[in-house]
Ligand binder design. Structure first.
Ligand code: PLP
Length: 436
């Protein structure tokens, strides 16, 4: 049904030159070998090989992670911290070992700085609750931005409503960047919290988080929080050198299982903050009228945790580390440059987010005038291509850029340039079908 690829193959070459010009460096990145580690990729949808371009929503899992989770359940499972028997010892070692592995990977000074959560959303809710209790009250201000995922908006709205603090939004520039002048103008002695995304899931923008950290420190005594859901899976993150106080992330976006993630926090801050939820494991001693708390990070971890999830996430980190996060980032940048060059040639297609490839993570959101994003997603699906269509839990972003919704292609280590070409061809086809 398509003529796009064959009729314009010269243009595809031009796209490749486009991403070469964008500064891509030839690497020995063996994407075919990587793909063999991901069993789910080896299937057809509607008679065409699956092209999975929805990793920003959730990444696929390599066999190494699936085996680690299965191995844990097959041999080692028991509850952690409580038992005196062999399996409890093994489960505890695996669970706390996973914490240490991940803490090391993100540049924490020790495992005590890493609180397990169900993911970024829970990490940000924990931050809003505990920081809110300790530091925020009537007359103070919380600064976020128009670029945030709902997970980094709604918990702060709830805190603002509870505490009487004012929620303020840093504006965005027309080309999808955080407006740093506007942000700077919002910061002052009343600012108690600044909470921003490291990388936007709806625009792809990589924010200059260390530079913003300096701004926050210069102008405020605020707690500086980063939503790293789209950061840590895709680029080297050294939490200590960013200069933030708390950093949230999800395991399922970095080849790990669903239902596990974390909140990194500066040790002194974790010591200061009150607990988020009450229950087993987070206490030191319970009396009839009060309780005292365990040391952090356990103070924030009530109840039986997702032990298998932690084990799987540590296996995911080992896997990503084995390939090298810098190589993964470079590969994604090449794919994104290729996709931007190819999609830009389609009539009426507009790509949201920063023009400069170096400011864009692995996300390419686009709209075509006169075509509903949902219809675009559906037509891509019948061509075997999985993208997400909608507001991507970032309603303020689509409002800001005057669109209802976008289709979003997002890339990860297992995607190929051939898949980018299939995407471009399929979007051109979909446009033709939907505009006729
Ligand atoms: N923040 C950003 C930037 C995201 O992209 C997402 C998920 O898409 C989240 C927060 C929420 O993550 P989770 O659903 O894993 O809690």
């Amino acid at each position: 049904m398509s003529t796009f690829g064959s009729a314009e193959s010269g243009s595809i070459e031009a796209d490749r030159r486009g991403y070469d010009r964008a500064g891509a460096v030839a690497t020995s990145f063996d994407v075919e070998a990587i793909r063999r580690d991901f069993p789910v990729l080896d299937q057809e949808v509607d008679g065409r090989p699956l092209v999975y371009l929805d990793s920003a929503a959730s990444s696929q899992k390599p066999r190494q992670v699936i085996d680690a989770v299965a191995g844990y359940y097959l041999r080692d499972h028991a509850n952690v911290h409580r038992g005196v028997h062999e399996l409890a010892r093994r489960a505890t070692e695996a669970y706390e070992g996973a914490r240490a592995r991940i803490a090391e990977w993100i540049g924490a000074t020790g495992p005590g700085e890493l609180v397990w959560t169900r993911g970024t959303s829970e990490a940000l809710n924990l931050a809003a609750f505990s920081v809110g209790q300790a530091r925020v009250g009537h007359g103070y201000e919380i600064v976020i931005s128009e670029m945030e995922h709902h997970s980094n908006i709604v918990p702060w709205q709830l805190l603002a409503a509870r505490s009487g603090a004012k929620l303020r939004y840093a504006a965005l520039t027309d080309d999808g960047l955080l407006d740093l002048d506007h942000l700077a103008g919002l910061l002052g002695p009343r600012t108690r919290v600044v909470s921003l995304c490291h990388v936007s899931n709806a625009l792809g923008t990589i924010n200059p988080v260390a530079e913003i950290g300096e701004l926050v420190r210069d102008r405020t005594d605020a707690i500086y929080i980063l939503d790293g859901a789209q950061g840590v899976p895709h680029m080297r993150v050294e939490v200590a050198s960013i200069g933030c106080d708390l950093y949230a992330f999800s395991g399922h976006k970095m080849c790990g299982p669903t239902g596990v993630g974390g909140l990194w926090g500066r040790r002194e801050l974790l010591e200061e903050l009150p607990p988020y939820q009450g229950g087993g494991e987070m206490i030191e001693r319970v009396y009839r009228d009060r309780s005292t708390w365990a040391e952090p990070p356990h103070k924030f971890e009530a109840g039986t945790p997702n032990i298998a999830g932690a084990v799987g996430l540590a296996a995911a980190i080992d896997y990503l580390d084995g390939i090298g996060i810098d190589s993964i980032h470079r590969h994604e940048t090449e794919l994104v440059a290729h996709a931007v060059a190819g999609l830009s040639r389609i009539d009426g297609l507009r790509i949201l987010g920063p023009a400069g490839i170096e400011r864009r993570g692995g996300v390419v959101p686009f709209v075509i005038e006169g075509v509903a994003a949902q219809d675009m997603g559906t037509i891509l699906d019948v061509q075997g291509i999985a993208v997400r269509a909608g507001h991507h839990c970032a309603q303020l972003v689509v409002d800001r850029y005057g669109v209802e919704a976008t289709a979003r292609a997002s890339f990860y280590l297992y995607n190929t340039h051939e898949e980018v070409e299939r995407l471009v061809e399929a979007v051109a086809n979909a446009r033709r079908i939907l505009m006729e």
